[in-house]
Ligand binder design. Structure first.
Ligand SMILES: Cc1cc2nc3c(=O)[nH]c(=O)nc-3n(C[C@H](O)[C@H](O)[C@H](O)COP(=O)(O)OP(=O)(O)OC[C@H]3O[C@@H](n4cnc5c(N)ncnc54)[C@H](O)[C@@H]3O)c2cc1C
Length: 249
C-alpha cells in the first residue's frame, strides 16, 4: 500500500514512525506514532484507524481496526498544538498471538506502521439526558475518549470489563461519570458474562439516554438484544459495535 496525499483531513493511507511504546497496564500498551505524514490527519480520539501489520505465518500484511486514543496535529496557524511533532497514540490490548497484538508487543522505536483513516463520526449526544458506555478492554480507548468529551455534570454510567484491578485506567474529562469496573478474573476474554450480567441489572436513569456498547462480538450482540427486546430501548438511542471475535477454538 502506498501513502497517498491527504484529502481534507483524511488520509487514504499513510506511514508513521513509532516514537515509543509504554506499558499502561499488564495487558495494555500504548504506541506513539510520529511523523509529518500525521500532520493533516485531523483525527479525533475515538475514531477508528485501519492498521497494517505483518502476519507472521503468511508474511503478508493484514489489516486490523484500532481506536485513535490521542492525536496532536498542526493547528491552523501551522504551529503544533503543544509544540510537539504531530503524533497519534493507539492503545493495544496484549491479548495473545494475533498479528496486531504481537506487533504491539514487539515493536521498537524507529519502526514504521501503515495506517488508513481515521473514520467514524460517533460523538456523545450533547442533548442526551444521560449516557451509558459499556465494553471490554478493547473498547476502553474509545470510552476514555468519549468520556473526555462529556461536559461537567453530565449523567454518565460506564461499565468496563477488564481482567482484574491492575487493568483499571483513569477516566479522563470533567464529567465524573459513575464507573463500574467488572473483573472477569481467571476467565478468558470472551467467556465471561460479567458485562452482560451488569447491563441486565442496570437501572437506567429517566429521560432521553444514549447507549454505546462495544467489545466481544457475541457478548455485545446479546446485550443489544436485551436492551432492544427486554428494555424497549429505541434502536436510534443505541450504538453497538462488535470489536473482536474468538476464533480458532
Ligand atoms: C472499530 C474498532 C476499534 C478497535 N479498537 C481497539 C483498540 O483501540 N485497542 C484494542 O486493543 N483493540 C481494538 N479493537 C479490537 C481489535 O481490532 C481486535 O482485538 C483484533 O482482533 C486484534 O487483532 P490481532 O491481530 O491481535 O488478533 P486476531 O488475528 O484478530 O485474532 C487472533 C486470536 O486472538 C483472539 N483475539 C482477538 N482480539 C482479542 C482480545 N481483545 N482478547 C482476547 N482474544 C482476542 C481472536 O479470537 C483469535 O483467536 C477494535 C476493533 C474495532 C472493530
Amino acid at each position: 500500500m502506498r501513502p497517498q496525499a491527504p484529502a481534507r483531513g483524511r488520509l487514504a493511507g499513510t506511514v508513521a514512525t513509532v516514537a515509543w511504546t509504554r506499558r499502561l497496564t499488564p495487558r495494555m500498551t500504548r504506541v506513539r506514532l510520529v511523523g509529518e505524514s500525521l500532520a493533516g490527519l485531523a483525527a479525533v480520539p475515538g475514531q477508528t484507524l485501519k492498521i497494517y501489520v505483518p502476519d507472521l505465518v503468511s508474511g503478508c500484511p493484514v489489516s486490523r481496526d484500532y481506536t485513535v486514543r490521542g492525536y496532536t496535529g498542526h493547528d491552523q496557524t501551522g504551529h503544533d498544538d503543544d509544540g510537539a511533532e504531530p503524533h497519534l497514540d493507539i492503545d493495544f490490548v496484549l491479548h495473545g498471538a494475533g498479528p496486531a497484538a504481537t506487533w504491539a508487543r514487539r515493536v521498537r522505536p524507529g519502526e514504521t506502521l501503515e495506517l488508513v483513516g481515521p473514520s467514524g463520526r460517533y460523538r456523545p449526544d450533547p442533548h442526551a439526558d444521560w449516557h451509558l458506555f459499556a465494553g471490554d478492554e478493547t473498547a476502553l480507548p474509545a470510552i476514555q475518549a468519549y468520556a473526555a468529551m462529556l461536559p461537567a455534570g453530565a449523567c454518565a454510567l460506564l461499565y468496563l470489563e477488564v481482567a482484574d484491578a491492575a487493568e483499571r485506567q483513569p477516566i479522563p474529562g470533567v464529567a465524573r461519570p459513575t464507573v463500574c469496573w467488572l473483573h472477569r478474573g481467571d476467565r478468558e476474554p470472551g467467556t465471561s458474562t460479567v458485562l452482560e450480567d451488569a447491563l441486565r441489572a442496570v437501572r437506567l436513569p429517566p429521560g432521553r439516554g444514549r447507549i454505546w456498547v462495544a467489545g466481544h462480538a457475541p457478548t455485545v450482540r446479546r446485550i443489544r438484544a436485551h436492551l432492544l427486546d427486554e428494555c424497549g430501548i429505541d434502536r436510534h438511542a443505541l450504538y453497538v459495535r462488535a470489536f473482536w471475535e474468538r476464533r480458532g477454538r
